[in-house]
Design a protein around this ligand. Structure first.
Ligand code: GUN
Length: 293
């Protein structure tokens, strides 16, 4: 292996420690403990794991944490009422509605995300926060792309003046990543499923971010030697040795690409761990924003 391995646990620990210190400052200054509410509707097993990990993150840092479990049959009105209640609860500084919503609620996803008070929007998905990020104002920033950027900075990988290529244009990762890289003076190219001559473009990347949701999509011929490769994908594929199990792989063919890249994140154990650390940071930032008002 020639690439430096960027292990999420080290960076996540540093980012959580930062959040813990800021939380302590808030407790001392305002006598208030940061509080996070996570709403989960239905019983998506992957979502249940994420939500448990978010609760664990809160407990570790001594935050107030509220898990709101709502049944699969929850109506639009019931979910909006719950968000409204949490918007008005002074113990709660951050509200996260775990996605994806059950099928019947998916047509209302935008309405649901917009119902969250922008000051409590720790996912950074509300159009107010999206607009603030795009225009370079102080915003609550989506946790996964922000975690990737903070990891690059902590690892000492330069961004300014570099060509960053992002594969994927989702609202959760690709689009916010564009603005975060741009604000740090990278030259940014966004590629997606309709991009022609994809490998020609990705091969120019000093920083390559894969967020396409296709297992082992990025192969060594798509990577410039020495590039930093950030794998945001989480894909379950049939286990090669045991048909009763599945295996977690990223959007990057890790085993092959690590021989070409200069630095690379693994899956599992990569950027996934940073998301929770950044959620803790956003909860503290949200608390400060509300308490300073
Ligand atoms: N589902 C997968 N990733 C995320 C995330 O970052 N936030 C929310 N709310 N749901 C998700």
């Amino acid at each position: 292996m020639s690439a430096k391995l960027l292990e999420g646990k080290f960076f996540a620990a540093a980012l959580k420690e930062e959040a813990g210190k800021k939380a302590e400052e808030i407790r001392n200054k305002y006598g208030v403990n940061p509080g996070l509410a996570v709403i989960i509707v239905g019983e998506n097993p992957a979502s249940q794991v994420y939500v448990r990990n978010k609760h664990k993150g809160c407990t570790e840092l001594g935050f107030y944490s509220e898990g709101v479990e709502m049944p699969e049959t929850t109506t639009r009105e019931e979910l909006l009422a719950e968000i409204h209640r949490l918007n008005n609860d002074p113990k709660i500084h951050g509200i996260l509605v775990q996605l994806p919503l059950p099928k019947a609620l998916q047509p209302y996803e935008s309405e649901v995300l917009e119902a969250i008070d922008p000051l409590k929007d720790v996912d950074g998905f509300h159009p107010v926060n999206v607009g603030r990020l795009v225009t370079g104002q102080k915003a609550l920033i989506p946790c996964t792309p922000h975690g990737c950027i903070r990891m690059l900075e902590l690892a000492g990988i330069p961004i300014e003046g570099k060509h960053a290529v992002v594969i994927g244009r989702s609202n959760i990762v690709g689009k916010p990543m564009l603005h975060l890289l741009l604000s740090r003076n990278a030259t940014v190219t966004i590629c997606h499923s309709r991009t022609a001559n994809l490998a020609e473009i990705t091969k120019q990347a000093d920083i390559l971010v894969a967020a396409v949701g296709k297992p082992r999509f990025v192969t060594p011929d798509m990577v410039k030697p020495g590039a930093a490769v950030i794998d945001v994908g989480i894909n379950r594929i049939p286990h090669p040795e045991d048909s009763t199990r599945t295996k977690l792989v990223g959007d990057v063919d890790f085993e092959a690409v690590k021989e070409v890249a200069g630095a690379i994140t693994p899956v599992p154990g990569g950027v996934g761990l940073l998301t929770i650390a950044m959620l803790m940071q956003n909860t503290v930032i949200a608390a400060e924003l509300q308490l300073a008002k």
